[in-house]
Design a protein around this ligand. Structure first.
Ligand code: V47
Ligand code: SF4
Length: 360
């Protein structure tokens, strides 16, 4: 049997493929065969259902002590375009989101040099007060680690305090590529891959669900992507706390990596999503984040193992500061159309993947 046939046999039998086999798939250009296998793995878990939610992103500040080479969002204090939202502005955005039918706010921002930990507690508390029906998905593992350091608290205490203030779950950002040599090249000041995994383990232990992302299409190679996913698969075996895996296609404009790196290709985007679906057998959901992929690739991805299109998003900044050509938000009807035209069943979900039945 060929190496590929061996993989087909395993996937059909619902068996786990090895890291070497995932690497073999990355190095193959037989996109349709890989996609077919990923679609099989996905349909076994999710049938024809494709999830989305109605959400809004709020980025309280873009001021950040780090300078990740891929990031076009962050600013130093006093830089042109540097901002920090007042609590009232955050409340206004949350209230408006709730009125427009959102069920979730997604809150992430820079590592601000001066804001105290209490500011972040106040952000959560204020949103809970003005928009009590919203689920608050907030703060990457990178921010949680930072909060622990600025407040002089252990990570368990940070989670206790944030949960008490209204934190419902965490997004999957800050993972980038967990392999240390790659991290040293693209985000040397950021917490290590091992620390990212440790914070997420503690989040899961505190009862918080999280996602996991992978920033690809910069200086990493296929072996780094596989090593990254293998670390996630191992942690998921231990905790079961990950909900979705989200590959983030690198957007090169306005970042320090711009000069020598082009954006990802459609083939690479689809292959990465498909290999992820096949390799991460213990993740229920693979998300195509249309903001970075564009609507068209995100839609085609639904035939390559993907079962989640994220949400309406509203006011996305991180990808658009880096030149993403997608719109800043999609309407609920627009997402439903994208999914329906791909022959799939659109299912509006809440943050924890419970299907919602409500009058549109
Ligand atoms: O951690 C930064 C990435 C992430 C660029 O969990 C870039 O549901 C592409 O994590 N090109 C933040 N990506 C976004 C994120 C996310 C988004 C949507 C849903 C969820 C979820 C999480 O954005 C950062 C970093 O990896 N990023 N700069 C760039 N130029
Ligand atoms: Fe700061 Fe996050 Fe941008 Fe890195 S990716 S510079 S930590 S905002």
């Amino acid at each position: 049997m060929s190496a590929f046939e061996n993989i087909v046999v395993k996937v059909r039998a619902d068996q786990r493929i090895s890291a070497e086999e995932a690497l073999f798939l990355f190095n193959s250009n037989d996109l349709l065969a890989i996609g077919e296998l990923a679609a099989l793995a996905n349909e076994r878990k999710n049938g024809k259902n494709v999830f989305f939610n109605v959400n809004r992103h709020i980025n309280p500040t873009n001021i950040c002590v780090n300078r990740c080479a891929f990031c076009a969002f962050s600013r130093k204090p006093g830089d042109e375009g540097a901002y920090t939202l007042a609590l009232e502005e955050i409340c206004l955005k949350a209230k408006q989101a709730e009125e427009e039918g959102a069920t979730e706010v997604h809150i992430v921002g820079g590592l601000h040099p001066d804001l105290p930990f209490e500011y972040y507690e106040q952000v959560l508390g204020a949103i809970r007060q003005v928009a009590p029906t919203l689920h608050i998905k907030a703060f990457t593992a990178v921010e949680i680690d930072y909060f622990g350091r600025i407040a002089g608290l252990g990570i368990e205490q940070v989670f206790e305090r944030l949960k008490a203030a209204g934190l419902g779950s965490m997004p999957g950002g800050g993972a980038e590529i967990l392999v240390e040599e790659v991290r040293q090249r693209v985000c040397p000041e950021k917490i290590s891959g091992a620390r990212w995994l440790e914070i997420i383990r503690l989040a899961h232990a505190a009862g918080l669900k999280t996602n996991a992302t992978m920033l690809y299409g910069h200086v990493e190679g296929p072996a780094d992507r596989v090593a990254h996913m293998e670390m996630l698969r191992e942690l998921q075996d231990r905790t079961g706390g990950f909900q979705a895996f989200i590959p983030l296609a690198f957007q090169p404009e306005n970042s320090d990596l711009k000069l020598n790196i082009k954006g990802t290709s459609g083939l690479d985007d689809l292959k990465t999503l498909a290999v992820a679906r096949i390799f991460l057998d213990n993740f229920s959901h693979i998300k195509a984040y249309w903001v970075m992929l564009g609507e068209k690739i995100a839609q085609v991805a639904l035939s390559f193992g993907v079962n989640d299109l994220d949400g309406t998003v509203a006011e996305e900044r991180i990808g658009h500061d880096a030149g993403a050509r997608s719109p800043q938000s999609l309407s609920k009807d627009g997402i439903i159309r994208l999914i329906g035209k791909a022959g799939r069943i659109p299912v509006e979900r809440d943050t924890l993947y419970r299907p919602l039945t409500r009058v549109p």
